[in-house]
Design a protein around this ligand. Structure first.
Ligand code: A3P
Length: 244
C-alpha cells in the first residue's frame, strides 16, 4: 500500500506527472507515519506550488525488487530510511500483526512461540527477517550511493523529534522551518504530538501501542542474534546507533 502526503491533484507547472522527489522507504514500524506527518509541518512539504512531494511505502526497504525499480524510475531521488532498535522493531511488528489478527477474528500466538521453535530462533519469522537491516541495506547500496540515503534515528525521533527533522530538512535542501513550537508532549499518549496551522494532533491510536513483555531468555536470544547483523550494518552505513 502506498501512502502519500501529496494531497494536491494537479502536477507542478512544466511537468506532466507528479513523481515524488523523496520517498520514505521504511522500515515498517520504524516510525514512518510519524516522520511523514512531522515533515508535513514544513510549508514546502504541503499542497503548495513549490512543494516537494514525499511518499511513504514502508515495505520498500525489505523488498528485493524496490531498489532497482526506484532507481530505474528516478536515480537521483532522495531516500529517507527511518530505523529503530531492530529488537524493538520485531516486537512492534508482532504487536501490529497481533491486533490486526484480533480484529479479523484470526487466532493469535504468544510472541515467544513465533520467535523460537525447538529452542532455536525461527529465522522464517518475517518480523525477524525485516529486522536484518544489513541484508536489506546491501541491496539498496547496489543501486544508490550511501549519500543518497538519509537514515533517521527512529528512537531519537520518539525522544526528541526536532533535531532529527532538522537533519532531514538539511538533507532535502529545505529551509529550516520546523520549530520547537510545532511539538508538544502528550502525557496521556506518552509521545510527542504535532501543533501546526493552529491545530494540535497526535498520531492514530495504532501508533505508540504498548508492547508485550517478552520472556527474558527469548529476548536475549533475539538480541544476541541481531547484534552481529547490527555491527555489519554500522560498517555499511559508516555510522553507529545505540541499539541494545
Ligand atoms: P509502536 O506502536 O510499536 O510504539 P510506523 O508508522 O512505521 O508503523 O511506526 C510506528 C511507530 O512509530 C510506533 O511503534 C511508535 O513507536 C513510533 N513513533 C515515533 N514517533 C511517534 C509519535 N510521535 N507518536 C506515535 N508513535 C510514534
Amino acid at each position: 500500500a502506498t501512502n502519500t502526503s501529496d494531497v494536491s491533484t494537479s502536477p507542478p507547472p512544466g511537468t506532466s506527472k507528479r513523481a515524488p522527489q523523496s520517498i520514505i522507504i521504511g522500515v515498517r514500524k520504524g516510525g514512518t507515519r510519524a516522520l511523514l506527518e512531522m515533515l508535513d509541518i514544513h510549508p514546502e512539504v504541503a499542497a503548495a506550488a513549490t512543494e516537494i512531494t514525499i511518499e511513504k511505502t514502508p515495505g520498500y526497504f525489505t523488498s528485493p525488487l524496490a531498489p532497482e525499480r526506484i532507481c530505474a524510475m528516478n536515480s537521483s531521488i532522495k531516500l529517507l530510511l527511518i530505523l529503530r532498535d531492530p529488537t524493538e522493531r520485531v516486537i512492534s511488528d508482532y504487536t501490529q500483526v497481533y491486533f490486526n489478527r484480533l480484529e479479523n477474528h484470526k487466532p493469535v500466538q504468544a510472541i515467544e512461540n513465533l520467535l523460537v521453535r525447538n529452542g532455536v530462533l525461527n529465522m522464517r519469522y518475517k518480523a525477524i527477517q525485516r529486522s536484518l537491516y544489513d541484508v536489506h541495506m546491501r541491496n539498496w547500496l547496489r543501486h544508490f550511493p550511501l549519500e543518497q540515503i538519509h537514515i533517521v534515528d527512529g528512537d531519537a525521533l520518539i525522544r526528541d523529534p526536532l533535531p532529527e527533522l532538522q537533519k532531514v530538512e538539511n538533507f532535502l535542501n529545505l529551509q529550516p522551518r520546523i520549530a520547537p513550537s510545532n511539538f508538544y508532549f502528550n502525557q496521556t499518549k506518552g509521545f510527542y504530538c504535532i501543533r501546526s496551522d493552529g491545530r494540535e494532533r497526535c498520531l492514530h491510536e495504532s501508533k505508540g501501542r504498548p508492547h508485550p513483555v517478552v520472556n527474558n531468555s527469548v529476548l536475549h536470544q533475539l538480541r544476541a542474534f541481531l547484534r552481529e547483523h547490527n555491527r555489519t550494518f554500522f560498517r555499511l552505513v559508516r555510522r553507529t546507533f545505540n541499539w541494545q
